[in-house]
Design a protein around this ligand. Structure first.
Ligand code: APR
Length: 233
């Protein structure tokens, strides 16, 4: 079967990373417009670089959880494409091999003049690697985090829509479906394709279609998805 999985911050909660919304979320502690917009970066690049340097370092001590690992193990028998809103590298480290990072990657840096020029995108050597003022991209511009900020285009959305071609099962894990265009991916899933949503809390799914809700955390939820559903599809 071809399985496409849309993951969000909740996927990494059991690995010790915080979500964005809901109690104690990242956006409770940091003003989005200052650390996650191009205007914020232009106004105070050091603050933004430090914010992502801190998140990258925080990621260093974290490990993939059972949910990441179970998704990776599905590749033994199925074609699995992970479309993630997360910028962490936990899906990679769990062994998933077909990942589309809609909102960028914490372990990469790009040109601030042309963030979407892939020739300028470089992988940082380690989780402790920092980007500081004065670090330059090959085009001479200030290096910036390879993150899609609010108000910026989501260049990989087309790839995510293409990934849905001939999909057999669509799974949503750990996202409040608040942010577009990522949340709109569900609208491209053909009506006959079963959709599962794994989240310990209620998530409003816009649009009218049947969604099977597994009201659990990512690890237990993916386990139930496999045992109770995928094995019988
Ligand atoms: N397992 C699964 N899901 C969980 C868990 C868990 N253990 N704990 C919480 N969740 C769920 C929450 O109930 C919520 O629905 O994870 C979801 C997290 O939602 P958000 O914090 O809004 O994160 P996300 O949907 O990924 O945000 C999307 O917003 O700020 C931008 O770019 C940022 O990629 C991010 C985007």
């Amino acid at each position: 079967m071809k399985i496409v999985v849309l993951t969000g911050a909740g996927m990494s909660v059991e690995s010790g990373l915080s979500t964005f919304r809901g109690g104690g979320g990242l956006w409770d502690n940091y003003p989005v417009e200052q650390v996650a917009t191009p205007e914020g970066f232009a106004a105070n690049p050091s603050l933004v670089l430090e914010f992502y340097n801190k998140r990258r370092k925080e990621l260093q001590g974290k490990k993939p959880n059972k949910g990441h690992e179970l998704l990776a193990s599905l590749e033994k028998e199925h074609e699995v494409i992970v479309v993630t809103q997360n910028v962490d590298d936990l899906h990679e480290r769990a062994g998933s091999t077909n990942i589309i990072h809609l909102h960028g990657e914490l372990m990469k840096a790009c040109s601030s003049r042309n963030p979407n020029d892939l020739r300028q995108v470089r992988t940082l050597p380690s989780h402790s690697a920092e980007i500081i003022i004065g670090d330059k991209a090959d085009d001479g511009s200030q290096l910036r985090p390879y993150i899609v900020w609010f108000g910026e285009a989501v260049p990989l959305m087309d790839d995510a829509v293409l990934a849905l071609r001939n999909v057999d099962v669509f799974v949503i894990i750990g996202t409040s479906l608040n942010v577009y265009p990522a949340a709109g991916l569900l609208n491209y899933v053909p009506a006959k394709v079963p959709v599962f949503l794994i989240d310990p809390n209620d998530v409003e799914v816009r649009g009218v279609r049947g969604v099977t809700v597994i009201r659990k955390g990512a690890s237990d939820g993916v386990e139930e998805l496999i045992e109770k559903y995928l094995k019988h599809l």
